[in-house]
Design a binder for this molecule. Structure first.
Ligand code: ADP
Length: 476
């Protein structure tokens, strides 16, 4: 059942209970008032017997009416013997012309007649004319005599009519208020929820860019809407990230295949040339074999790098052991100088311990120094610095080479990115060197960046968290 229907049913039930309570109360009130009238009548009827003297009311004892009798003026009093003749009306209620006397049928009097001292049997009769009602008590006086005492119920009925009017108006007012409140509640609470359900439904059809409209603020509906939109935002973000990562994987696979195809094509070309008898001279054959070996080495290096990257992607948490960063960088500088003795490389290092995988960190230093060698003219100076500052270990490899444009600098850490593919490939680079640096460093909780300007050299900066003192124990 919908929330709206439940709310309406609840309100209807409350209204029904309200109306029922009102009617029960009115009924009960009437009974109480009637009981009081009955008691008054029984009381009056059980007092002295009255008789008529001329037009005057007299007590049966012959005494003139007392001040107390005057209060009887509102009563209808009649005496007589109903079986032989009409009753004689005594009371002053007679004098009131607006108050027509009761229509007294003998049979009804006889049916409700009680003896003096017995509990009275009050009954109601209509007035002789008009719409009034009387409450009557009849008491037997012995020797066939009867005293009939009556009280008009007109006032009681008009009081009750007024009460009923107040009740009806009150009930209507309460119902109108309840109606207004429920309309307001529906407008404030249920309508926005319905709108949100509709919007959410269309979003569920696949339109992730949709958002639900909601009143905002601190209402439950507002908070629900805000949460729903935040959730959608995150789902959309996750979806975008997944799409981007799928595209990246596809591009990576395509790039890797492309990179492998180039050396394969040239190896196959030399093999073809040899099979078709194109390599007759031993020197030609030597040259072809040397080129084939070169290409095979390039492929091996590429596969090696691909494997390393795949491992880094898979397992982002490297082995954790204290490593002296300055020492492994010093080793890499020595290696670089062996490869190219003519290049001036100066290094300034402080003892810095980081935590991580030594093999991977050696590769970082080697790749940065190899780039400085490969992408700058021979003899270009290189400056290497290892330092620690505020819990951050910093390795800087700066060269005085040609530098990079901002567009190139922004992309150097991308896989297979090369500023000048033909030249870089000829130099044997795989285009994965800096991607590996980036993957290793971020796997170690660090960051990599490059500062470079065309003509002003490049500066690669690797930052890693310094190992905690407890972890460096016994190393320094
Ligand atoms: P590779 O060196 O195998 O081409 P890298 O990922 O190591 O691949 O480098 C990507 C590109 O960044 C290089 O092709 C080159 O264009 C540029 N690059 C890297 N290091 C330097 C440097 N020290 N000076 C100028 N350009 C550089």
């Amino acid at each position: 059942m919908s929330l709206r229907r439940r709310l309406l049913l609840g309100l209807l039930a409350i209204s029904a209970v309200l109306v029922l309570t009102n009617f029960t109360l009115a009924d009960r009130f009437r009974s109480v008032l009637l009981e009081r009238v009955d008691r008054q009548l029984a009381d009056t009827a059980s007092r002295d017997v009255f008789r008529l003297e001329g037009r005057r009311l007299r007590r049966a004892t012959g005494a003139p009416p007392t001040a107390q009798d005057e209060t009887l003026s509102e009563y209808f009093i009649a005496v007589g013997d109903p079986s032989v003749g009409t009753l004689v009306q005594l009371s002053s209620a007679l004098a009131d012309e607006d108050q027509p006397p009761p229509r007294l049928a003998r049979a009804r009097i006889a049916a409700h007649l009680t003896g003096r001292g017995e509990p009275a049997l009050p009954f109601s009769v209509p007035a002789q004319s008009g719409s009034g009602t009387w409450r009557i008590v009849a008491v037997a006086e012995g020797r066939g005599g009867v005293t009939v005492v009556g009280l008009s119920l007109d006032e009681l009925e008009s009081t009750l009519d007024r009460l009923r009017l107040v009740q009806v108006l009150g009930t209507l007012a309460v119902l109108a208020t309840v109606g207004l409140v429920s309309w307001w509640m529906l407008r404030l609470g249920v309508h926005p929820i319905e709108d949100m359900a509709r919007a959410a439904g269309s979003i569920a059809q696949g339109d992730l860019s949709g958002r639900v409209d909601h009143p905002g603020g601190r209402t439950e509906v507002g908070r629900l809407g805000t949460a729903l939109n935040a959730m959608l935002e995150r789902i959309q973000e996750a979806f975008r990230a997944r799409q981007a990562s799928e595209a990246k994987v596809r591009r990576f696979a395509a790039d890797a295949s492309h990179e492998l195809r180039t050396p394969l094509t040239s190896i196959m070309g030399y093999a073809e040339l040899w099979r078709s008898g194109g390599l007759r001279e031993p020197s030609e054959l030597d040259d072809a074999m040397r080129r084939m070996e070169q290409e095979a080495k390039r492929m091996a290096a590429l596969v090696e790098d691909l494997l390393l990257l795949a491992r880094l992607d898979q397992d982002r948490a490297p082995e954790r052991a204290p490593v002296r960063l300055d020492e492994i960088v010093a080793d890499a500088v020595r290696d670089a100088q062996v490869v190219e003795p003519d290049r001036p490389i100066d290094s300034a290092s402080a003892a810095v311990v980081v935590e991580g995988d030594e093999g991977q960190l050696r590769q970082v230093a080697a790749n940065l120094l190899a780039n400085a060698r490969v992408h700058t003219p021979p003899g270009t100076p290189v400056h290497v610095v290892v330092a620690a500052d505020g819990g951050v270990a910093r390795l800087t490899v700066a060269d005085e080479g040609p530098g990079m444009s901002p567009e190139v600098a922004a992309n150097v850490f991308e896989r297979f990115f090369r500023a000048d593919p033909s030249r870089a490939r000829a130099g044997g680079g795989t285009g994965l060197g800096l991607a590996i640096v980036e993957a290793v460093v971020s796997g170690h909780g660090g960051a990599t960046r490059v500062e470079s300007e065309l003509g002003a050299g490049s500066r690669f900066i690797v930052e890693l968290p310094v190992a905690q003192p407890a972890e460096t124990a016994g190393l320094a």
